[in-house]
Ligand binder design. Structure first.
Ligand code: COI
Length: 355
């Protein structure tokens, strides 16, 4: 159990207006959680302090070799005033998997959860209640040794910041257009693709810029070896409904194991839909499109929740999915997941945790 020191802000910021669309990741609350690590002391000095810039030595290792990790989860306010987290233990488990992969010391699960709960409680007034909004929680760890040699750092900072958010994509729940990348790759098996670390996201930027220039929202990655098996979108995992079956790439070491991905699989199984987690050749998607059996495509992610895909572009083929409309299961999954998150739907799978 952490002994958290509190320093409340003397100058609280103005809360966003109730009808503010809350552009994703642009507004931050009054406080943040910080905890330090040193080899001898371990994780120590847990504190909740006013949201503020951090001061680091320019030689801090995170700036040079990217030893950093992050997570993303959300808090919601129910109609009867409770504050709910959605499957926080899955994020914490994944955070420690990332930590092990990139040589960052693990954080005990109960301390991690306590830190999230306490900082959310401190800034509870910032949880937005307009439909489609939530409080995005961004825990991250950075390597802080002032040193230019390549090795794991001996010191770290663990920080949690909070941001009231609306939809991740400007499209909201309207279908997005996705560019299937055939030039660059995001990750390969044995690399760090399944870790939630900034390096995977920087690897995606060049393709993302190219896709944006062509009018596409996101990039769908193919595997780095055969350049034909579907992996993920970067900010989301990907699902297809083909001839009545829900199909998604099997976790293979280079795909991020999404918490919403797991939730989609669990719900579809609950509803009796056949779900296949397996290798998916992009040629199979093209064929399903040509046959008329490609019934739906959607992405899943914490930030995006469920994002219907209206168009896929692969090489010279433009695949228009469902005439660009929202699919039945995309809508049903979005409604059910957000319903559980907001305490409106029965939480039959025990996913929510009250703060
Ligand atoms: C999330 O869905 O929480 C993510 O981390 C994706 C993105 C915002 C980087």
């Amino acid at each position: 159990m952490l002994n958290i020191r509190y320093e409340k802000t003397a100058t609280p910021k103005e809360l966003p207006a109730k009808n503010d669309p809350l552009k994703f990741g642009t507004i931050f609350t009054d406080h943040m959680f910080v905890m330090d690590y040193e080899t001898v002391k371990g994780w120590h000095d847990a504190r909740i302090i006013p949201y503020q810039p951090i001061s680091l030595d320019p030689s801090a290792m995170v700036f040079h070799y990217g030893q950093e990790m992050f997570e993303g989860l959300k808090a919601y306010k129910t109609e009867d005033g409770r504050v709910l987290l959605f499957r926080p233990n899955k994020n914490i488990e994944r955070a420690n998997n990332t930590n092990r992969r990139i040589c960052i010391p693990e954080i005990p699960e109960e301390d991690f959860l306590q830190a999230i709960k306490e900082v959310v409680k401190t800034d509870e007034a910032w949880i937005p209640t307009k439909p489609g909004t939530s409080l995005y929680i961004r825990p991250f760890i950075i390597a802080t040794d002032p040193f230019l040699g390549v090795r794991p750092s001996d010191t770290y900072k663990f920080i949690i910041i909070l941001s009231p958010v609306g939809a991740y994509y400007p499209e909201g729940l309207d279908p997005v257009k996705i560019w299937i990348e055939d030039e660059y790759v995001r990750a390969v098996k044995g690399g760090i693709g399944e870790a939630k670390t900034g390096a995977n996201y920087v690897a995606s930027l060049k393709s993302q810029v190219k896709a944006h220039e062509e009018g596409y929202s996101q990039v769908l990655w193919l595997d780095g070896v055969n350049r034909k098996y579907i992996e993920e979108v970067g900010a989301m995992n990907i699902f297809f409904k083909i001839d009545g079956k829900i199909v998604t790439p099997v976790l293979n070491g280079s795909i991020l194991p999404g918490v919403t991905r797991d939730s989609v699989i669990c719900l579809c199984k609950e509803w009796g839909l056949p779900v296949e987690e397996r290798k998916i050749d992009i040629a199979e998607i093209k064929k399903a499109y040509e046959d008329g059996t490609l019934e739906e495509v959607f992405g899943s992610g914490t930030a995006a929740v469920i994002s219907p895909v209206g168009q896929l572009r692969w090489e010279d083929t433009i695949m228009q999915v469902r005439d660009g409309g929202i699919g039945e299961y995309s809508q049903k999954l979005y409604d059910t997941i957000t319903g559980i998150q907001l305490g409106k739907e029965k939480d039959i799978l025990g996913w929510t945790v009250e703060v």
